[in-house]
Design a protein around this ligand. Structure first.
Ligand code: TRP
Length: 329
């Protein structure tokens, strides 16, 4: 059984198709008998850039509602909040003492922000050490990440190794990154990947009206209604493939190849398929709009579970470092 960890930072303002197909769905698919999947909100990490309580609180709530709405009913996933783990930052402090300054100077995340701003805060600089604690305090084996996080995982291994070597112990497991090489290119209203700056992506929890509006702006060929169309060279069909069953895809393909099926029809069909695909999640999301009690109850239970694991690790660290006396008897 492999212990898998993913963190989803509450720095955005909504879950879109790309987050879903690129990060969440692969995670849900991993949640089987071979794996023990945990997801957490690295909300301390958000403090590097968000200093407005309303923004952070709204982002956290929105992300929680979205995640709980999308999580499959029968899943075994544990969800917890970084900021509710009592000893996490004690462990960070101890890890600081075995982390070379020169290593942190090499961090891409820090170098990038240094290029952008005249002054950066210490949270940006210490970011990789907190991220290391997130992973090694609970003995996670595998961390699925995008390529941009690869270096952070290398740091986590190095810091864990440094600690083990310094104290001649093997208390920290060295985590492995599972790098997602092929950034899923999800075509949206044009062939560029969905992104905020192009304003061409769709939020999973957008109203039907807005979803429709976005879908109607998808760029297509200019064949007339009567002309047959090539589904393999069509943005709409590329999206349909993400959502529709094989048989549904085949059915639509035939319509493309026949005549009297316009892009407008395909768009309406896509809208229907997307709404159907996320029907349950959208209903759940709406119910959470009125009442998040269920979410907070589950979080309390899972935060306690993760606190217990972290406390045990911390207890061992205290003895190994000499911060606590030996137990008698
Ligand atoms: N740095 C990650 C990101 O920007 C978020 C993160 C923080 C994380 N701690 C983690 C991811 C631990 C995986 C494991 O997306």
């Amino acid at each position: 059984m492999k212990k898998i960890l993913t963190g989803i930072k509450p720095t955005w303002n909504g879950m879109h198709m790309w987050n879903y197909f690129g990060a969440l769905k692969p995670l849900f698919d991993m949640d089987d008998w071979k794996n023990d999947v945990t997801v957490f909100l690295p909300d301390f990490h958000s403090l590097t850039s968000i200093h407005n309580w309303e923004v952070l609180r709204n982002n956290r709530e929105r992300l929680l509602k979205e995640f709980f709405a999308l999580m499959p009913e029968k899943s075994d996933i544990t969800v917890f909040e970084q900021s509710k783990i009592n000893n996490l930052n004690n462990i960070v402090w101890i890890l600081n003492s075995v982390t070379p300054y020169s290593m942190m100077l090499r961090a891409h995340s820090f170098k990038d922000s240094q290029n952008k701003n005249s002054e950066i805060n210490m949270a940006v600089f210490n970011y990789p050490i907190l991220m290391t604690a997130d992973i090694i305090s609970y003995d996670f084996d595998i961390v699925p990440v995008w390529k941009d996080q690869k270096q952070h995982l290398e740091f986590a291994r190095d810091i864990a190794r440094n600690f083990n070597k310094t104290y001649n112990c093997d208390i920290f497991k060295l985590p492995e990154a599972k790098i997602n090489e092929d950034l899923l290119l999800i075509p949206w209203t044009d062939w560029r990947k969905m992104s905020k700056s192009y304003d061409n992506f769709i939020w999973i929890f957008d109203s039907e009206k807005i979803m429709k509006k976005k879908i109607m702006t998808i760029v297509t060929g200019s064949e007339t209604l009567e002309e047959p169309k090539n589904p393999d060279n069509c943005n709409i069909f590329a999206l349909i493939k993400l959502f529709a069953s094989e048989s549904k895809q085949e059915e639509i393909k035939q319509k493309y190849l026949a005549w009297n099926y316009g892009y407008w029809h395909a768009k309406l069909e896509l809208l229907e398929i997307v709404l159907d695909y996320f029907k349950e999640a959208r209903e759940k999301y709406n119910s959470f709009e009125n009442n998040m009690d269920y979410i907070y109850e589950k979080l309390e239970e899972w935060n306690a579970k993760m606190n217990k694991i972290c406390d045990e690790k911390y207890e061992k660290i205290l003895r190994i470092t000499g911060l606590k006396q030996k137990t008698r008897g």
